[in-house]
Design a protein around this ligand. Structure first.
Ligand SMILES: [Zn+2]
Length: 319
């Protein structure tokens, strides 16, 4: 694709995100993933996590996406089934009949399964942010809406930046005797954050602050398996940060075994994720910001956020 920010990129992005051309592009991405992972292979081993009555299964799709299958004793919900075929096969093989699809944002790798899910499960409800023009939703959601399914209770948080109407879903852990769980889409990744396609850095900063201010024990379930590259960059950017070095070593060992790196926690993310550390000395030094007011203003933090994003986009990753 053309360089981000260029005129060509903006035109391409408009057609990808606003028209059915995006769907053609998405089909090509599915074909590429099938080529790389033939015969039902996946980028990550499927490994369900059990919390009391609740099972959370990070479900690997495409080249590096995660959909999530959540099931309690009464209901089942799917987050972002961007490639519906393997998701539906898994649901049928395991006798799961989902009640709802929760979509974080309109990009096709997250929303591209909506039509097929509706065809396979005609009574299913499909939820997407009211400001995001997500395809084929049955119900739009806004900030602080609460969605109950079985004993699962999700609160919607409006988190614009990656797209103008991006939302995240926070699952109340109390009924299952566990911490809350954040399905963060392309807002927050392990050690990173999504690109700011549709909003200014100050808007993205507000969304990142919103999730960073959640309780420290909240589990983070992101939309992509990007941990290895993100922590490689985090260690490069702020070499004095021991937390990022330790997490990077653990992530490398997980990925060598083809295992999932999520969930992390909000507390962990605050310790090593450079995009949540925009007021910290190690990061200010790394982006060579030497003059700033104390405490660091949001405007300064937004500039630092943009600078880190730019540095990351041009970073050459280790193999
Ligand atoms: Zn996206």
């Amino acid at each position: 694709m053309a360089k981000e920010g260029s005129c060509l990129f903006r035109i391409g992005y408009f057609f990808y995100s606003r028209t059915r051309i995006g769907q053609i592009y998405h089909r090509r991405d599915i074909a590429k993933a099938r080529e790389k992972y033939p015969d039902g292979k996946t980028h990550t081993t499927i490994q369900p996590f059990q919390y009391g009555d609740l099972t959370i299964t990070p479900f690997p799709i495409l080249l590096d996406n995660y959909s999530y299958i959540l099931r309690d004793s009464k209901s089942a919900v799917i987050v972002d089934p961007g490639d519906p075929e393997p998701v539906i096969k898994y649901l049928k093989d395991n006798g799961i009949s989902p009640e709802a699809v929760l979509v974080t944002h309109k990009h096709w790798d997250h929303s591209g399964g909506n039509t097929a899910m509706k065809q396979a499960y005609p009574n299913i409800r499909i939820y997407g942010g009211v400001h995001d023009n997500v395809n084929n939703v049955t119900d739009t959601v806004k900030d602080l809406d609460v969605l109950p399914f079985g004993d699962m209770r999700f609160t919607v948080h409006f988190t614009p930046g990656h797209t103008e109407g991006h939302v995240v879903y926070l699952l109340d852990g109390a009924p299952f005797g566990m911490s809350d769980s954040l399905f963060s889409g392309d807002l927050l990744f392990l050690g990173g954050c999504g690109r700011m396609f549709e909003a200014a850095p100050l808007v993205m900063l507000g969304s990142l602050d919103k999730v960073s201010n959640l309780k420290g024990d909240v589990l983070v379930w992101p939309g992509h398996e990007y941990a290895n590259d993100n922590l490689d960059f985090a260690c490069h950017l702020d070499n004095s940060n021991e937390e990022s070095k330790n997490k990077y070593e653990w992530v490398k060992s997980q990925r060598e075994k083809n295992l999932c790196t999520c969930p992390s926690t909000i507390e962990e993310e605050r310790s090593y994720n450079p995009f949540l550390r925009t007021a910290e000395p190690g990061i200010l030094e790394a982006v060579k910001v030497t003059e700033f007011e104390q405490p660091v203003t949001d405007e300064t933090r937004a500039k630092i956020l943009r600078e880190i994003r730019t540095l990351k986009d041009s970073y050459k990753y280790k193999l």
